[in-house]
Write a protein that binds this ligand. Structure first.
Ligand code: ASP
Ligand code: MG
Length: 449
């Protein structure tokens, strides 16, 4: 299984490089693809409110031009270009109709939003499959909903129903592989049991690829990006960041969840249950070893990385006897769940529950919690979270004191601390403005550079 991200499709030359990597792989293979960089963003932006017919016309024109230019840039033969254009236009007609529909009923709802968002992938697979065919390989563009990737039906953040997906996609995939056809499958979405399109959340194509790999019983999954894999820290903050050769599934999942945007955090689940080794590689530096995740290789018990996450806010819910009343935490969590607010971390005391949420959700969180009868709800914005990740973290004696001393030496105040929930990660918050110096200090302390 191979998966390619959107930045590896952004010019004709990049696309040809991707095609060469695919062709060089001699084993039977399937490909999962993201949308071209920026296209999902365009779609999400456009569908964020109701639009006029003129808006729709202009938008379809833009998105058509972007893909037409790429087809002309990537494909060399007129015949190949014409065929790809024909398939592209057929897809764009569907998108256009849906956008007109939304415009006439003057409504945007989750179902329409998910349906529209996934078009970037429906278009990118057409282009890459056409290019592979032109370069002499047999490839076919495949839409995930038609193939039969089944989800739990949750708009915006769906997960895959592995059982249903496996029985749907296996026979069709086997047939293509037997015929020596390489399926080029849309990442990012599947279909709910009742048929509507549901997406897996931003960067969800990695997760799609792991789910398909699991369904097919694959032993490895290559995820091709525009970076060398996971690093000991964000190289934009610490230029001496080191590449990480190997991570366990848990380490990679924690890093991905807490800010290292290398792969989608859910990717590790189907990989783990199928015992699939993931290899994160760089399209633009294929000779670099990248990062291996999971599989049978031994994972050492060292500290692997520091990840950072910005744009967080603290919500403090006060109420009498919060600590000993039964079910208060469950109530708070269910109120936030109903409001579709994700909780990144939670710490409780006798009088207060402190929760870490996305900054964009904080006003909504305050409102719904205040309405539900809390004595007082306080919010504090502009927090950043630092997460230290490594197997056996709990066994590194004195690590916490080293980390906090390094942070204190920089005069940085530490807010909420959470340790012990995961054996491979602990995290704490700092003011967003202090994130850079705190990160540098901790990296220097733990990695000596
Ligand atoms: N195209 C989607 C996004 O930009 C999914 C992905 O790239 O994995 O989020
Ligand atoms: Mg992407």
């Amino acid at each position: 299984m191979l998966k390619f991200g959107g930045s590896s499709l952004k010019t004709g030359e990049c696309m040809r490089q991707v095609a060469e990597i695919i062709i060089a792989e001699k084993e039977k293979k399937a490909v999962v693809l993201s949308a071209v960089t920026g296209v999902t963003e365009m779609l999400i932006q456009f569908i964020s409110r109701t639009r006029s017919e003129e808006d729709v016309d202009a938008f379809i024109k833009d998105i058509t031009r972007l893909h037409t230019d790429l087809i002309k840039d990537a494909l060399r033969t007129e015949k190949g270009q014409a065929k790809a254009m024909e398939e592209l236009v057929a897809k764009l007609v569907k998108l256009e109709r849906m956008l007109y529909g939304s415009c006439y009923i003057e409504e945007v709802n989750p179902r329409i939003r998910d349906y529209v968002q996934c078009f970037g992938e429906r278009l990118s697979v057409i282009m890459l499959a056409a290019l592979l065919n032109e370069m002499g390989a047999k490839a076919r563009p495949v839409d995930a909903d038609e193939l039969g990737i089944i989800t739990d039906g949750l708009y915006g953040t769906a997960t895959v129903n592995m059982e249903a997906t496996r029985s749907n996609i296996r026979p069709k995939m086997m047939k293509m592989l037997q015929d020596e056809v390489t399926p080029v499958i849309t990442g990012f979405f599947g279909r709910a049991p009742e048929g509507s399109v549901t997406v897996f959340g931003r960067n969800g194509s990695d997760y799609s690829a792991a789910a398909v790999a699991n369904a097919m019983g694959a032993s490895s999954l290559e995820i091709w990006k525009d970076v060398d894999g996971f690093m000991s820290v964000d190289p934009k903050i610490v230029p001496s960041a080191r590449p990480i050769p190997r991570l366990s599934y848990d380490e990679a999942a924690e890093l991905a969840y807490f800010g290292a945007k290398v792969v989608h955090p859910m990717t590790m689940e189907p990989a783990r249950s199928g015992n699939i080794e993931i290899r994160v590689k760089n399209v633009f530096r294929p000779e670099a070893p990248g990062t291996a995740i999971g599989g049978t290789g031994n994972v050492d018990k060292s500290i692997k990385s520091i990840s950072c996450m910005k744009n967080l806010s603290l919500v403090k819910v006060f109420g009498e006897g919060t600590g000993y009343k039964l079910g208060v935490l469950a109530d708070v969590a269910s109120i936030l769940r109903k409001a579709e607010i994700n909780i990144y971390s939670v710490v409780t005391s006798l009088t207060c529950i402190a929760l870490l949420v996305d900054k964009k959700d904080v006003a909504k969180a305050q409102k719904v919690l205040a309405e539900s009868g809390a004595t007082r709800v306080e919010t504090h914005t502009n927090f950043a979270l630092m997460c230290i990740v490594g197997e056996g973290l709990g066994h590194h004696k004195g690590l916490a004191s080293r980390v906090f001393k390094a942070v204190a030496k920089e005069g940085v105040n530490v807010g909420l601390i959470s340790a012990g929930a995961s054996l491979v990660a602990y995290h704490f918050t700092v003011d967003e403005g202090d994130l850079e110096k705190a990160t540098k200090a901790v990296h220097e302390e733990l990695f000596g550079c």
